[in-house]
Write a protein of this length. Sequence first.
Length: 222
Amino acid sequence: MTSLSVLQNHLEMERGRERGRKVKKAHLVLQDLQDHLALRGPQEYQESQEFQEATQWGHQDHRDPLDLRDLRDHLELREHQLAVVHLQGQETTIQVKEGVLKNWKTIAMHQRVFKMHSRSGELEVLQDGMYFIYSQVYFLNFTDIASYEVMIDKDPFLRCTRSIETGQRKFNTCYTAGVCWLRARQRISIRMVYDDTSISMTNHTTFLGSIRLGEAPPSGHS
């Protein structure tokens, strides 16, 4: 191998190492942007000093500058991905007096958007946004009527009611869902309307979940 070939190989290796360092640093910048966006909105953070410092390195090497538009586009795509939480029962039958249903286990949860409070049975949202909320309760051995409400803080948001005709088997599921605008720190829960209701908490029969759909509030919402 000639000296020229050795030099060419060495230059190629150095270019590969440099590109690897830039890719790694781009990943760190993206992670930094995502961490800050968890606390601030995209527009506010892009105007901040931290954003300018985090992205300045990409313009220092004029021979091979990083295209920050691709980075921002990727970041915005990640920000608009749906955040999901799904809770279901703990595989038992329980007797619930009038009050909040608490016997949940977490199947899936986006921890930057949702937080579960096991003791109170409440699901807290950590970011403002439009949320789709769904729930189902499997009632057992109720007399004439069974009902529950999906609560936002202390206010009813949805209500689901089932009645039983004479001679029918006394078990049934009750499903409801809706979309609402929530602010950070508001809490979602299920509250039984009537005393001493028996509920099956087996897998896939009683559950509560939510999907964060996006940023925009409904028309006319302040």
